[in-house]
Design a protein around this ligand. Structure first.
Ligand SMILES: Cc1cc2nc3c(=O)[nH]c(=O)nc-3n(C[C@H](O)[C@H](O)[C@H](O)COP(=O)(O)OP(=O)(O)OC[C@H]3O[C@@H](n4cnc5c(N)ncnc54)[C@H](O)[C@@H]3O)c2cc1C
Length: 470
């Protein structure tokens, strides 16, 4: 990054790309300086913000993104792609006064009902994309909790996941084709065949790459007719382990309801009290959608597997309550905003034979550092599951103390996951927050591959420097 070239670079952008908006005022730079990484809240409260981007560029087309990348390469100016800003792992911290490229003006939308796909510009939010689909009678089934703010390009780049993942999959399953502008400005577009045997699957290289290999400008995803029937219900179990066993058995028998959400003995308490269920038990919420007959059959099968593990059917109310409150993150954000407070949702995955230990040990390790720890399991697979470990801490000190406690909690959580067979992140990504731990998951050789690709595509290290440890 040549900081002295930023001014000439911006002058050239204004001269050659007059349709691209250039924001340079302090207010704009401050707004873009932070996403939703908990330490960014602490830095905001601590005083003058330490990491401001030099400017923000807002292109309108893929071609303009391509020209911007060519120019940033020529002037050796570092850039950071910016989507909805809901990233939670410090993936867009402008440590070197980089220039941000906001992709939210890329808003094209097209449905191909014959192929069962829809193509959206990288700047459409999850909610905008889904609403456009719904108006035409379709859904893609992607409902992350950040549905209103995360955009397609950001969700592709972090391999995001929504609450209906058991049926519709994760972003990496949903994407059918991609358009990406490489760091040298070249535009990569994938063929739209359903499968190819002509080399590695290149779209997967950009999925989860968090921008280090290029800027995603459009994505084509699989779509489905809007469900004929949707149904929610709850089961209680005596403990987390028997509920996990019920889930494992129906998933491995290929029964895939849309929503699976298991609250452990602690996170279940407010729900147990609210609905007057058995004290000390855990709650499993199951949501189904699709053809009416399919929903009915899945319900019958899930009931059979749950009852085999002692599950007790509780009807619809807890599931409907979850559905209506599913976007609320108030408690976490209140702790982030609190002087000396901090909070985060750490999400890791593990194979079935480790997930119970990962959950138990992470809870045990975090409890002494926190005022409370909530744990639930909401994404499950044939071979394993992920667990959310949501911690809230109050140090009683200032924002520096809050930041220190945050780092301690994050480190404790990730090291405990790795030590028990879990990984670093299931879907929030690495950003800069978790970059140091990636070698423990991928090994030296894995990091060597990621770095070699980075060096080949971005030899000057200009795009999202430091993210994913690259
Ligand atoms: C309240 C809350 C709830 C959340 N719930 C979920 C959830 O349910 N599921 C989930 O998966 N995540 C969740 N997240 C995390 C976050 O929403 C996701 O990581 C999301 O995919 C980020 O998208 P974004 O558009 O906001 O990206 P940004 O925050 O703008 O960027 C994230 C990273 O991707 C890079 N990037 C952005 N756009 C592009 C692009 N077009 N091309 C290349 N790189 C790009 C950025 O440089 C950055 O490194 C949540 C976050 C919050 C704050």
């Amino acid at each position: 990054m040549k900081k002295e070239n930023v001014r000439p670079f911006l002058d050239e952008v204004m001269k050659t790309l007059p349709e691209v908006t250039v924001l340079e005022r302090m207010e704009d730079r401050l707004v873009y300086a932070h996403g939703c990484y908990p330490l960014e809240y602490k830095w905001l409260l601590q005083g003058p913000y330490p990491y401001l981007p030099s400017a923000i560029l807002m292109p309108n087309t893929t071609e303009e993104v391509s020209k911007l990348m060519e120019l940033s390469d020529a002037y050796e100016v570092g850039v950071i792609p910016y989507g909805g800003g809901s990233g939670i792992v410090g993936g867009s911290i402008a440590e070197n006064e980089e220039v941000m490229i906001d992709i939210k003006r890329l808003r094209s939308f097209e449905i191909n009902a014959i192929n069962g796909t829809a193509r959206g510009g990288a700047g459409l939010t999850g909610a905008e994309f889904e609403n456009l689909l719904n108006e035409a009678g379709f859904t893609c089934g992607q409902y992350p909790q950040s549905f209103q703010s995360a955009v397609l390009g950001g969700m592709v780049s972090t391999r995001a996941i929504g609450t209906f993942s058991t049926k519709y999959g994760k972003m990496d399953d949903m994407v059918h084709a991609l358009e990406v502008v490489l760091p040298n400005g070249h535009i990569y577009t994938s063929h739209t065949t359903p499968k190819a045997s002509t080399g590695p699957e290149m779209d997967q290289l950009f999925l989860g790459a968090e921008g280090v290999y290029g800027i995603v400008t459009a994505a084509e995803v699989k779509i489905y007719p809007v469900a004929e029937k949707r149904h929610f219900e709850a089961y209680t179990f005596a403990d987390t382990v028997s509920a996990l066993e019920a889930i494992r058995t129906f998933i491995q028998n290929n029964v895939h309801p849309a929503v699976i959400r298991l609250y452990d003995e602690v996170e279940a308490i407010p729900r147990i009290e609210k609905f007057n269920y058995e004290a000390g038990h855990v709650i499993l919420i199951v949501g189904y959608e699709g053809l009416a007959k399919q929903v009915d059959l899945e319900r019958e099968l899930v009931q059979q597997y749950c009852e085999e593990q002692g599950g007790v059917a509780k009807g619809e109310e807890a599931g409907i309550h979850w559905f209506h409150s599913r976007f609320s993150t108030k408690k976490m954000l209140d702790h982030d905003a609190m002087r000396g407070g901090t909070a985060d949702a750490i999400e890791v995955a593990a194979p079935w034979d480790c997930i119970g230990n990962v959950w138990r040990e992470m809870r045990k390790a975090l409890e002494p550092l926190c005022t409370d720890v909530d744990c639930h399991f909401s994404h499950v697979y044939h071979t394993g599951a992920s667990v959310y470990v949501i911690f809230h801490a109050e140090t009683g000190g200032d924002d520096v103390a809050g930041a220190e406690r945050y780092k301690q909690c994050l480190d404790t959580a990730i090291r405990t996951s790795l030590a028990n067979g879990g990984n670093v992140s299931h879907h929030h990504g690495s950003g800069k927050a978790k970059a140091a731990y990636l070698v423990d998951e991928h090994g030296e050789a894995g990091m060597e591959v990621m770095k070699a690709i980075k060096d080949a595509l971005d030899p000057k290290g200009l795009v999202n420097k430091g993210v994913l440890g690259l």
